[in-house]
Write a protein that binds this ligand. Structure first.
Ligand code: ATR
Length: 275
């Protein structure tokens, strides 16, 4: 069978092996999909070791390795280059490693198809300007959000992201300190790593518009704080990133196997199992 893996640190609780095996069963494909824990200093060697096996075709990459994965690849898709990070590494026929980022497309698909949101007409607030935020900013912009306001604790990163997109009429930045005075939004996406780091964001309720959707890119414990804030502020919908996780896995699966899996039963199974 063909070999695949997910690299992270920590990685023990990763849902990716389960998701990829469920997709593979939909097509009767047998695959070997391992979770590989690599400390940051060991990541590049671990990836090289994995791909030195001729049966190894592709790897997913999660925290904290997405920037390193981008850096060690030989080729980069546009989505990866825009984000400066990669969550998918694929070995090409010529042996070179290609980096791709499926996170932004996955968020848009989760919002649009699973949660039935028409992004056009949505004034959108993006919290954060790190790797995760860069991946989703472009995808939200291209999906046609009416405006995209990027706010980051350190303003330079937000400005750099907005400048890179280069559409000042639709995409602009504000200061984190000014959040209480910038009005309300229809869609608020938390792309900070605060939840993952066990830190809480103190956000004003005034950000949440009357029909607002709030979305945390994380899931499980890391999303609890932001989603609790969103519900307390009266958001119409508050979603975690479990759907995005399943969608980004589906993109990698399709890239590797040439077949599009049905994500809904896999998503529902993970929800039921309490993820
Ligand atoms: P990731 O890959 O998860 O995006 P990252 O590239 O390190 O990780 O980016 C982390 C993001 O979360 C940054 O936007 C960071 O803000 P700074 O650029 O100011 O550091 C943001 N972040 C992390 N902890 C935060 C906190 N407690 N409050 C606000 N923003 C936070």
């Amino acid at each position: 069978s063909l070999h695949f893996a997910v690299f992270g640190h920590p990685i023990a609780h990763s849902l990716s092996p389960q998701i990829h095996q469920a997709f593979a069963r939909q097509f009767g494909i047998a695959l070997d999909y391992r979770a590989i824990d690599a400390a940051p200093d060991d990541f590049a060697d671990a990836v090289k070791g994995f791909f030195s096996d001729g049966d190894s075709c592709g790897a997913n990459v999660t925290l904290p390795h997405k920037s390193a994965a981008f850096a060690l690849a030989d080729e980069h898709t546009q989505a990866a280059t825009r984000a400066g990070t990669a969550n998918v590494l694929t070995r090409l026929a010529n042996g070179r490693l290609s980096a791709h980022n499926t996170d932004g497309g996955a968020l848009v698909r989760d919002l649009t198809y699973r949660h039935d949101l028409d992004l056009r007409g949505h004034d959108t607030l993006l919290l954060g300007a790190g790797g995760a935020a860069r991946a989703v900013a472009w995808a939200l912009f291209e999906a046609g959000v009416q405006t995209l306001t990027i706010v980051n604790r350190s303003p330079e990163a937000a400005d750099a992201l907005a400048d890179m997109i280069g559409e000042p009429a639709r995409v602009h930045t504000r200061y984190w300190e000014d959040l209480a005075g910038i009005g309300s939004f229809d869609l608020i996406v938390n792309a900070t790593s605060a939840g993952t780091l066990g830190q809480s964001l103190s956000l004003p309720f005034s950000l949440v518009g009357s029909r607002a959707t709030c979305y945390d890119l994380g899931y499980g414990k890391s999303a609890f704080g932001f989603l609790a804030w969103a519900r307390a502020a009266g958001a119409r919908y508050a979603y975690d990133g479990l759907g995005m996780l399943v969608e980004q896995a589906a993109d990698a699966f399709e890239l590797w196997h040439g077949k599009r899996p049905d994500t809904e039963p896999v998503y529902q199974a993970l929800r039921t199992q309490g993820s």
